[in-house]
Design a protein around this ligand. Structure first.
Ligand code: ZN
Length: 234
């Protein structure tokens, strides 16, 4: 560090390698690109939209092995190739195991989870802390759902997506609004007689003004918001 200079642009741009190394980086990158591409094809996946935990582990494993040999002059390509082969073999054997046994599948991929049934959140979903309500509301809105009463069943899938099964128009019931500007009008005090939805569990009740709070019979909370009963626009 004797002749250290902060404005040493040669060192900043190239490190202590000769300019030719950039050509080697190009060759290394092309080769690793081919390895990554062949590797991803070998996983048997067709495309990646949202990742299950397993796939995330796969990508992280491959990703960290893929980058280094592209630009570190002292890292060879073969160790990365071995990492690729091993990670993909492990991934493929685990997915094969998951396909053979339901128990293994639950262990490896997780389980899809019923979160809405008959226009209300399921009791089980209350305890599911990792299911953020905001995030879930967003998922629903992206699928053009205005309120929970339109939903017969919804599942949180293992890849993080939500699948929704709707009521027929004539069966749509009043439900918890998912639109932020309506949801924000929630209150613990009921000022007029109307149909309300519990903001926590989606339980729907006709309420009238009274002394004290209305306690939700399903989840024992007491914040309410006017229920919506609009049908879906198709
Ligand atoms: Zn409730």
């Amino acid at each position: 560090m004797n002749d250290y200079e902060i404005t040493d642009w040669g060192r900043i741009l190239l490190g202590d390698l000769p300019g030719q190394f950039l050509l080697e980086v190009t060759i290394r990158t092309v080769l690793m690109f081919a390895v990554i591409f062949i590797g991803m094809r070998a996983t048997g996946k067709r495309a990646v939209r949202q990742l299950s935990i397993m796939e995330l582990v796969l990508i992280v494993g491959l990703g960290s092995a893929a980058g280094d040999p592209m630009f570190y002059n002292d890292v060879g390509l073969l160790p990365a190739l071995v990492v690729f082969i091993v990670v993909i073999l492990v991934y493929r054997s685990l997915t094969r195991l998951a396909a053979k046994s339901i128990k293994m599948e639950k262990l490896i991929e997780g389980e899809s989870f019923l979160i809405v049934e008959n226009g209300e959140f399921t009791i089980d979903s209350f305890n599911k802390e990792d299911l953020g309500q905001d995030e879930f509301f967003m998922e629903m809105r992206i699928k053009n759902v205005e309120h929970l009463g339109q939903i017969r069943k919804a599942y949180l899938e293992t890849n993080g997506q939500v699948s929704i099964f709707f009521y027929e128009d004539e069966d749509v019931r009043p439900g918890l609004p998912l639109l932020p500007e309506l949801f924000r009008q929630r209150s613990r005090t009921i000022t007029r007689t109307a149909t309300y939805a519990c903001t926590f569990c989606g339980n729907v009740k006709d309420l009238s003004p009274q002394e004290g709070f209305h306690v939700c019979p399903k989840c024992s909370r007491s914040t309410w918001v006017s229920a919506l009963s609009s049908r879906r626009v198709k």
